[in-house]
Design a protein around this ligand. Sequence first.
Ligand code: MN
Length: 505
Amino acid sequence: MKVRIFDTTLRDGEQTPGVALSPDQKLSIAKKLDALGVDAIEAGFPIVSEGERIGIKMITEANLKAEICGLARTDKKDIDAAIDCGLKYIHTFIATSDIHLEHKLHLTRDQVLEKAIEAVEYGKSRGLQVEFSAEDATRSDRDFLKKVFGEVAKAGADRIDIPDTVGYSTPQYIAEITKDAIEASKLPISVHCHNDFGLAVANAISGIQAGASCAHVTINGIGERAGNASLEEFVMALQCLQFENKWETGINTKLIYETSRYISNLVGVPVQPNKAIVGENAFGHESGIHTHGILSNPLTYEPISPELVGRHRWFQVGKHAGAHGMNAMLKEYGIVPDENQTKQILAKVKAIGDQGKQVTDVELLSIASEILGERGIKRIVQLTGFSVSTGIGTMPYAFVKLNIDGKEVHATDYGVGPVDASLNAIQKLTGEIAEVRVKDYSLASISGGSNALCEVTIKVEDPYGNMATAKSIGEDIVTTSVQAMIDGINRIMLKKMLKEKKVDN
Ligand code: MN
């Protein structure tokens, strides 16, 4: 059975505290969502601002496959503003709970019902597709809610949405009111669930099991307060878990990770590392028992294959590491230690882990080369010249000279600060041979004072999902960052070239 995906990243998601998008940004996100395969995009709330209307208009004119919807209160001016943006589909809402009636709207139940009917009739008279939401449905009187749904259906609504506005429902209760809504309206039902108690996806799935045909979701679960049901969790759960019915969606799941990263970067809301499906750690393994299992068959500790959502599994060594996982990582760099060497490398790795420290790829390789007595690991990229300038009233600027596989190259670039400028210049140079981007950058000070040592940890990634972490310690924040970046790039290029069997190491 097909489940309709109504994405509200650009409306409820944009209502995340601290998030505001420009019209161009809204359009670029809408295009990503369309490519991902969502059925409907809630592009925004037209009445809120001029910029919002411009953004929505750009989206309605972009010829996307998805249906484009806009939010409107049950007021004519809101609905008119939606029409002015070129929208043919509105999501109109009014609260039905006594809490909202008494403390926000100052209306009686009868007045609310009247406004709901008027808005639906007005929307239909203007030729719109109308989805009606009873805001705070899950805290509304159940009989009144049922009555509202029945009446708006009679007034001509095309769809009914059940918003769990403050994430107050249990899976069982939302199933019951979904059945009420179907009985009262005989219309397609959507569920709009919030994550205040971490139940948004569970509630959305329960709504679907009870007969709803659509869920309102957002990428990365962004949205007001604790956010909305997350698209990636909802879609993958429907597709992969055991249900009596077989559910499907129009989502191209292989684009999920890319879309999640894109939107996280653009809206400036990081994804928590342990977030299901799209979190950094969702397909990462450190413990020896787990990596051993994974290496013999990924099914042992992965419910789904990471490739299904456009990702790759990764291993990290640390205090829980085992020989199998560690050697699998070394093998990616072409290093195959014997049993005795493995023991020695592992002992050093665990000693670093016991100090409460993360062991980066670069450190693992330097430990390995120390024990294997090799002349170090092949460095493809070497830093041969470097300077930066920064100050007030001037744009930070960096000059970088590299030797890439024997060839001298140089570049200059700007940035928000000297570190950013330097990394940009490096990326300019290495871009042609290894499209490497900085995935994570962290800076720690090791001791106090202005001459303190700093520790920079950089995680870099290429478009093929190869990842490497590098750590560098020094007195100068900028040169230390540059060194870590170069180390990371070398690791990634080595991994890539070994995969393509271009070098022996
Ligand atoms: Mn909401």
